[in-house]
Write a protein that binds this ligand. Structure first.
Ligand SMILES: O=P(O)(O)OC[C@H]1O[C@H](OP(=O)(O)OP(=O)(O)O)[C@H](O)[C@@H]1O
Ligand SMILES: O=c1cc[nH]c(=O)[nH]1
Ligand SMILES: [Mg+2]
Length: 206
C-alpha cells in the first residue's frame, strides 16, 4: 500500500526544504517537524489492546498500545526524522542501519547495523527522507526482516515512482508512506524535482 500524506502543513514545510536557498538550520527544523506530522498519520492504525484500569472515579475498560515501536533511521539522512517522531512517541526504541549509495552504480552499501531486542514483535518504522531507486530502502527492509521483523512500514518524505515500484515489487507486505510523490529520477539517480542530497543538506557536508 502506498499512502501520500497530503496535508497543507506538510506541503508548506516540504516546500521550504525544496528551495535551494534553504540553509542547514531551516532544512533540519522543517524535516523534524514534518517527521512529527507524518508520525501522527502513520500511527493512526497501530494495534491496541483492551485493558481494565481504575480512574480516581471508577473502573473502566480502555485501550493502550499493544506493541513496541522501533524506529529505523537509514544513516545518515534518516537521522533527521528521529527527533520529530520520538517527540510524538517518546517510548520508541531506535535501531540504526548505515547505508550509503554508491554514486556511480547507485547500489547500496551497508556499513553499520544495530537493533534493539524484541524486533520480531514490534511495529518497525524505517525512516529516510529520500526514496529514489529504492535500493537503500529494499536493503534496509531485507536487513530488518533478517532480524525477524514482520510489521514493517517505510516512511519517506519524497519518493520517485521508480523507488515506489521497486519496493512494492520486492516487499509487497510493507506499507509505504510519503509526503510527496515526485515525477522521476534524473541520470544521476536524483529525484526530480526533489530537494537535492538530503544527507548533505541536513549535515552541511557540501
Ligand atoms: O533509493 P536510493 O536510490 O537507494 O537512494 C536513496 C538513498 O540515498 C540517500 O542516502 P545517501 O546514500 O546519499 O547517504 P547519506 O544519507 O549518508 O547522505 C538517501 O538518504 C537514501 O538513503
Ligand atoms: O534525490 C536524491 C536521491 C537520493 N538521495 C538524495 O539525498 N536525494
Ligand atoms: Mg546523501
Amino acid at each position: 500500500m502506498l499512502k501520500v500524506l497530503e496535508h497543507p502543513l506538510i506541503t508548506h514545510k516540504l516546500t521550504q526544504m525544496r528551495k535551494k536557498e534553504t540553509k542547514t538550520k531551516d532544512f533540519r527544523e522543517n524535516l523534524d517537524e514534518i517527521g512529527g506530522l507524518m508520525a501522527y498519520e502513520i500511527t493512526r492504525n497501530l494495534p491496541v489492546r483492551e485493558v481494565e484500569i481504575e480512574t480516581p472515579v471508577t473502573a473502566m475498560k480502555t485501550y493502550e498500545l499493544e506493541k513496541d515501536i522501533i524506529l529505523v533511521p537509514i544513516l545518515r539522512a534518516g537521522l533527521g526524522m528521529v527527533g520529530g517522531i520520538s517527540n510524538l512517541i517518546p517510548t520508541v526504541k531506535v535501531a540504526h542501519v548505515g547505508l550509503y549509495r554508491d554514486e556511480t552504480t547507485l547500489q547500496p552499501h551497508v556499513y553499520f547495523e544495530k537493533y534493539p531486542v524484541g524486533i520480531e514483535n514490534a511495529v518497525v518504522m524505517i525512516v529516510d527522507p529520500m526514496l529514489a531507486t529504492g535500493g537503500s530502502a529494499n536493503a534496509a527492509i531485507d536487513m530488518v526482516k533478517k532480524q525477524g521483523a514482520k510489521d514493517i512500514r517505510l516512511v519517506c518524505l519524497v519518493g520517485a515512482p521508480e523507488g515506489v515500484e521497486a519496493v512494492e515489487k520486492a516487499h509487497p507486505d510493507v506499507d509505504i508512506y510519503l509526503a510527496a510523490l515526485d515525477e522521476k529520477l534524473n541520470d544521476q539517480g536524483y529525484i526530480v524535482p526533489g530537494l537535492g542530497d538530503a544527507g548533505d543538506r541536513i549535515f552541511g557536508t557540501k
